[in-house]
Design a protein around this ligand. Structure first.
Ligand code: G6P
Length: 529
């Protein structure tokens, strides 16, 4: 049976009973910012928020996130709450505020300079800095406090996202053992040798074992996690059921390959996508040449320089393709506060210029690099008008650009050139699978994208579309909620609406919970774990 928004709504109602759904993700799905003195809202780049927003729209509940926009405070109420989507409110976004030092140590530091390179293993050396680790711990406690406020007064299911919050599940369980806690780790989980070089590996693992359910993109990542825990902590393992028990608490570990809402492509294209495509061609002087597109955050895991080197190689191997195509790369600026990301943007810019200099003519530049944020509407037009889409990640948990491209091709045309080192390649074997570390292999993939006969494109796109239609984001969320929802207890009384002002009893309750978290953290520190 296929999964739709409606079926997910039903599952959420029946499986969750009266329990409140609270999603925790560092990144918020809607950012308010000032533009020319006015407040506007935008959707951030990145697969996680794009995937989870339709789920929250279907299920309702609260999304707890860092308020990162410069107009976020103004758009929210005193408690940091704002209803979203702003143009058609369906759920609550609860923003919490971080000071510069915490953002630096927790987000730029431990999350994105330690765990991100550690888990992706793309030869970017992870940073291990005690101050970053302390900020990470502190911010996990801050999030725990906000989640506990949101969960007050009734049963709840807390669904934690990603590597920013390895400690949060255990903190929540210590304060509220009745909460059901699940976490999805969107990025790869490396082998034990790699992960266990982290000086705080045991604390991270212990934190994650506070979950009732822990999801990864693939079975391989689940196996790696199991092996890592086995080497580091005293636990009981059930390898048939894939559960780990630590101090009497059991965590199920399962693969749930994430996906997209395929219906969004049609919405984003609207009736006038053809007119918008003509405008793009005019703006970037593309004439009517076939287009290869890449759409990524500018991130060193995505293999963008490798892609440009492959364009260079393609033109060396096939000079007959001169003036016959364009490669257009959308590179959304990302984590630009970090030198590794700034250097990468410079490197990509320099490479694009080099390739254009070597191969370009007066009338033609092979590479167009757009180092700016694009809306999902604009990106979907690029997918729809392209001859091919190139995803050349060096390592990627899933990669949702690949699935978005397929979802946009209702004409059953277009070629997906896809790195073998993405989770998506396991589900989309009809893509042209390439090794992005091998310039000739990737160049050959680009060549195939420009020359594949229409019938062959159609055969492949049809199968890939069936796969994405069937394994869509509603199946991902539905199977995950079905799995974990079994554990949600029935509410004794309907959950009261949260009081706008904190009562003295609620205050005492909150302080007691914070003391429980503090005691737990101190015990962990003393245990040296
Ligand atoms: C990846 C991560 C997400 C993150 C996204 C965008 O997909 O798995 O957790 O939100 O990148 O990165 P950013 O740092 O801008 O949130």
């Amino acid at each position: 049976m296929s999964w739709s928004k409606e079926r997910l709504e039903t599952v959420a109602r029946t499986r969750l009973g009266g329990a409140k759904l609270i999603v925790v993700a560092n990144r918020e799905p809607y950012i308010h910012r000032y533009r020319d003195g006015e407040v506007e809202w935008v959707r951030p780049a990145g697969g996680l928020t794009a995937a989870l927003d339709p789920v929250m729209q279907a299920c309702g509940g609260t999304w707890v996130a860092h308020g990162s926009g410069d107009a976020d405070v103004e758009a929210a109420d005193a408690a940091g709450r704002v209803r979203v989507p702003p143009d058609d409110p369906r759920y609550t976004l609860r923003r919490l505020w971080l000071d510069r030092a915490d953002e630096e140590g927790y987000y730029y530091g431990f999350s994105n300079s330690t765990l991100w390179p550690l888990c992706h293993q793309v030869y970017q050396r992870p940073v291990f800095d005690l101050k970053d680790w302390e900020a990470y711990r502190r911010v996990n406690e801050t999030f725990a406090e906000a989640v506990l406020q949101e969960a007050e007064g009734g049963p709840g299911l807390v669904f934690v996202q990603d590597y920013h919050f390895a400690l949060l599940p255990r903190l929540l369980k210590a304060a509220r053992p009745d909460l059901v806690v699940a976490q999805f780790w969107h990025i790869p989980w490396p082998n034990p040798e790699t992960f266990l070089v982290c000086p705080w590996a045991r604390e991270l693992l212990d934190g994650m074992l506070g979950n009732d359910l822990l999801g990864f993109q693939t079975q391989y990542h689940c196996n790696n996690f199991f092996e890592t825990v086995d080497r580091a902590l005293e636990c009981r393992f059930d390898r048939d059921q894939f559960t780990v028990s630590r101090a009497g608490h059991e965590t199920s570990v399962r693969p749930f390959p994430i996906s997209v809402d395929p219906g969004l492509a049609k919405e984003y294209l609207g009736d006038d996508w053809g007119r918008r495509a003509v405008a793009v061609r005019k703006k970037y002087r593309l004439a009517d040449r076939p287009l290869l597109v890449g759409v990524d955050r500018v991130d060193y895991t995505k293999g963008i320089p490798e892609r440009l080197r492959a364009v260079d190689r393609l033109l060396e191997l096939h000079p007959e393709l001169k003036e016959k195509f364009h490669f257009l790369q959308v590179g959304a600026p990302s984590r630009t506060h970090l030198p590794a990301y700034r250097d990468l943007a410079d490197e990509v810019q320099a490479l694009a210029e080099k390739v254009n200099w070597r191969h370009g003519t007066d009338r033609w530049k092979p590479v167009v690099f757009l180092n700016e944020h694009h809306t999902p509407e604009d990106v979907t037009v690029l997918y729809r008008m392209a001859a091919g889409c190139v995803v050349s990640s060096l390592h990627d948990g899933m990669n949702l650009v690949a699935k978005e491209f397929v979802a946009a091709r209702d004409d059953e045309r277009g070629v997906l050139v896809l790195s073998r080192f993405t989770g998506a390649s396991k589900e989309l074997p009809d893509a042209v699978l390439v090794n992005p570390f091998d310039a000739d292999d990737l160049a050959n993939g680009l060549y195939l994208a420009l020359t594949m006969p229409a019938e062959e494109q159609e055969r492949r796109v049809r199968r890939m579309r069936a796969q994405v239609e069937n394994n869509n984001i509603f199946r991902w969320a539905g199977t995950l909620l079905s799995e974990v929802g079994k554990r949600v207890p029935e509410p004794a009384v309907p959950a009261p609406a949260p009081a706008p002002e904190e009562s003295p009893a609620a205050r005492t309750d909150r302080i007691e919970r914070m003391i429980a978290i503090e005691n737990y953290m101190t015990a962990m520190r003393l245990a040296g774990g």
